[in-house]
Design a protein around this ligand. Structure first.
Ligand SMILES: CC(C)(COP(=O)(O)OP(=O)(O)OC[C@H]1O[C@@H](n2cnc3c(N)ncnc32)[C@H](O)[C@@H]1OP(=O)(O)O)[C@@H](O)C(=O)NCCC(=O)NCCS
Length: 178
């Protein structure tokens, strides 16, 4: 079956895309996701975040993937390349966000596959990420074969202020994978 969305990498991010990305981020934070921001996340702060991301994309410091369906931008994920010079072979995977209206249809998995393919194309052989322990995202990463390193209790806050534990994951990418 043809997926209901398409995924592509943005090499430049325009203002309408910044606005749509802000909408997805706000939806995730309103849904209780621990993704760096506290509630309430105003559109102004969300837009400011994505404008900084857009600068990083323009500078080649990060790769930004977006998913779109007939209603617009509905998911995103990033690879961060701006790392110390002794880690040229790796990237951090960050801000995996799927709008609540399209969850549990396989888009999260599709974004992960696309991010891994992009990392491989960029010559990366190691990816690292962290996720709320035992959450939807952690389950997704384990299912996709990411290696669980361990948990850090009380690492961050949920948007409502409760402490949450983080699990660190990594994945090695062989050129022949995927
Ligand atoms: C984590 C997140 C990205 C997952 O996105 P998603 O698009 O729902 O992911 P998937 O659809 O690939 O998988 C989610 C679940 O749907 C199930 N699923 C996938 N396709 C399905 C289908 N066609 N029918 C029924 N269920 C399906 C999967 O098996 C999985 O089940 P599980 O949670 O019981 O393990 C999303 O929940 C999200 O954005 N959360 C908030 C932000 C966040 O926490 N990001 C992670 C930061 S580390």
């Amino acid at each position: 079956m043809t997926p209901a969305w398409s995924i592509r990498r943005l090499h430049a991010v325009d203002e309408s895309q910044v606005d749509a990305l802000a909408g997805v981020l706000i939806d995730c934070v309103e849904g209780g996701a621990s993704v760096s921001f506290m509630q309430p996340l105003t559109r102004e702060r969300a837009v400011a975040f994505w404008r900084r991301v857009a600068q990083g994309v323009a500078a080649g410091e990060r790769a930004l993937l977006i998913a779109e369906d007939t209603e617009g931008l509905c998911g995103t994920v990033q690879l961060i390349f701006d790392l110390p010079e002794n880690q040229p072979h790796r990237a951090d995977l960050a801000k995996m966000l799927v709008h609540r209206r399209v969850r549990r249809q396989g888009l999260g998995a599709a974004l992960m596959h696309a991010a891994e393919a992009t990392a491989r194309e960029c010559g990366k052989t190691l990816l690292v990420l962290d996720a709320v322990t035992g959450g939807d995202a952690a389950r997704l990463y384990e299912r996709l074969g990411w290696q669980r390193v361990g948990d850090i209790p009380g690492y961050a806050l949920y948007p409502d202020g409760r402490l949450c534990s983080t699990t660190v994951f990594y994945r090695t990418l062989a050129a022949s994978d995927g």
